[in-house]
Write a new protein. Structure first.
Length: 300
């Protein structure tokens, strides 16, 4: 727990020179935690999820690095007022989030160094920070709020669904499992974060936290809880809706098996069967479990 006699994490973040630069004209040295969270969202979130300018992505990186350092200074604490806004910001960068949390590509590793800038290529604008030293501590601190954790998980669920939809149904071997495995590794890291939160909260509060997360993840979407669009009409939405219904039915078990479950739902929809499907599902399932163990071990 943070020593209440010292500065709050909001104050530490607010007073960081990188945050002052990122916020620009929105910066105020006397801004409250709520005002800080709103300002961060204003300078980092684009016009649509995943659509960012280079300036917005660089502001995102500068804020993440400052928050990661403040979490360390506050002994793992993050003021409640910053948790949900930061969770929403992270969710808006879901492609980058999966890359940083998943089986990271060389470009993300190279640009994840503190001095590495946000960059743009033919696929769009990207931003990267080191997973273990920066992003994991921020995601862990943000996840003290079950709503923030659910927002991040929802974002990675949609990102994983889109990756599955882009997979060629006639792929074999590692090409068949690669998109699902990348998603499952990121989800497994979130499993580790959840386990660490529950462990630190203790039995009763941990149970309450998990119940709140499950309620958020299984809440009705547009059209109602049981509305699952046809795969032919909305392929990614179909996979997401099927999984949310699975959460409603099976609870925490649905989170632990999410990668393999969504892969199986996609295989059903596009009629992938046989030994390649079974082998790919096993790789996806084992990857999610391995990522959970690794994240939890690093948080010890």
């Amino acid at each position: 727990m943070r020593d209440s006699s010292g500065p709050s994490s909001c104050e530490v973040v607010r007073d960081d020179a990188r945050v002052e630069k990122a916020l620009g004209d929105r910066y105020d040295e006397a801004m409250t935690c709520a005002e800080l969270g709103a300002a961060v969202k204003a300078v980092t979130v684009g016009t649509a999820p995943g659509k960012h300018s280079l300036e917005q992505a660089q502001a995102m990186k500068d804020v993440l690095l400052a928050v990661a350092e403040s979490v360390g200074e506050a002994d793992g604490g993050l003021d409640a007022g910053l948790r949900l806004p930061l969770g929403q910001v992270l969710a808006g960068y879901r492609a980058d989030l999966q890359e940083n949390m998943g089986l990271t590509s060389s470009a993300y590793v190279r640009n994840g160094l503190p001095a590495g800038p946000a960059w743009e290529d033919g696929a769009g604008v990207h931003v990267s920070v080191d997973w273990k030293s920066a992003l994991l501590p921020v995601v862990r601190a943000v996840s003290e709020d079950p709503r923030a954790y659910a927002v991040i998980r929802d974002a990675l669920t949609l990102q994983g669904a889109e990756g599955l939809v882009a997979t060629e149904p006639d792929s074999t071997g590692s090409e068949l499992s690669a998109p699902a495995a990348r998603s499952a590794w990121a989800l497994g890291n979130l499993d580790g974060v959840a386990a660490d939160v529950v462990r630190d909260l203790g039995k009763d509060r941990g149970r309450e936290w998990r119940a709140a997360v499950l309620a958020e993840l299984s809440a009705p979407g547009e059209g109602g809880k049981n509305a699952v669009p046809a795969f032919s009409d909305d392929a990614a939405g179909h996979l997401v809706a099927r999984w949310r219904a699975d959460v409603n039915d099976r609870g925490a078990e649905a989170l632990e098996n999410q990668g393999a479950s969504m892969f199986g739902a996609w295989c059903d929809a596009v009629r992938v069967a046989g030994g390649d499907r079974a082998a790919a599902r096993e790789r996806v399932e084992s990857g999610q479990k391995a990522a959970r163990r690794e994240a939890l071990a690093h948080l010890d």
